[in-house]
Design a protein around this ligand. Structure first.
Ligand code: ATP
Length: 236
């Protein structure tokens, strides 16, 4: 699986938010997309998911154009987006939320097996299977959003700000889980304001600055880059 984003432009009405952005996500890697508020990170994920149209450029999965496909078709190709703010269904139970994640799949034994795997990754979801999702803590809701996405068996899981609003301990836990999900063979595209944690996890990372890629490199290299340290890691 290789995702290529080539010179994409995305506009909200008259205002262009991405001015020709390119990056690639290699199979089994973790790619980090960092940058300050409003840089265009969420816009890039929404464009990949088919939620926003391109006004220029192309997006390919294994060489095939996916821009222009409906969001459901993109999910079927194996690209799944866990949006900022989780967007779980609060009045449905944990189990019902997870079942909805498998909506594109045939109901068969593999769905049951994957539910077992999700419960192994996130035991708290098994414990709270019958609880209404809206009553979970923020960290548990993030786990549910990730678990629901995994139920569709993605090849590429896109996580938008998974650590947002969580305590430092819960943030570490979410990043550990992301690492575990990647180790089991799922490619990750991770958007984060917590640049330090994202760079630790990322095989390769891109810095987005007001709608354009300003820098890219191995996660570990960028973590030591002076410009990144000053602008995004809060160091002098
Ligand atoms: P954040 O971390 O705040 O989500 P971001 O890097 O994800 O930041 P985007 O949400 O992609 O940034 O926003 C990129 C630019 O597009 C910003 O200037 C923002 O104001 C603008 N924008 C985002 N959504 C809309 C919208 N629905 N209508 C108009 N402009 C928008």
């Amino acid at each position: 699986m290789t995702l290529k984003v080539e010179n994409i432009k995305v506009a909200y009405g008259m205002i262009e938010a991405l001015h020709g952005v390119s990056f690639a996500v290699a199979d089994k890697s973790v790619v980090g997309l960092i940058g300050s508020n409003g840089a265009g990170k969420t816009t890039a994920l929404k464009a990949i998911s088919g939620l926003l149209p391109l006004s220029g450029g192309r997006i390919t999965l294994d060489g095939r154009d996916i821009n222009g496909l409906a969001p459901e078709a993109i999910v079927k190709l194996g690209i799944v987006h866990v949006p900022e703010g989780r967007r779980i269904f609060p009045r449905m139970t944990v189990r019902e939320n997870l079942d909805l994640g498998a909506f594109t799949r045939h109901r068969d034994a593999t769905v049951e097996r994957d539910l077992g795997w999700v419960y192994e990754l996130f035991p708290v979801l098994k414990e709270r299977e019958e609880q209404l999702a809206g009553t979970l803590s923020g960290g548990q809701q993030q786990m549910l959003a990730m678990g629901r996405a995994l139920m569709s068996k993605p090849r590429l899981l896109m996580l938008d700000e998974p650590s947002m609003g969580l305590s430092p301990i819960m943030q570490d836990k979410i990043f550990d889980l992301a690492r575990e999900i990647n180790a089991s063979g799922t490619t990750l595209l991770l958007v984060e304001q917590n640049a330090r944690a994202a760079l630790e996890l990322a095989t390769h990372a891109y810095v987005l600055d007001t709608g354009a890629i300003a820098l890219d490199g191995k996660g570990s290299e960028l973590a030591h880059d002076e410009r990144v340290r000053k602008a995004y890691l809060g160091e002098e």
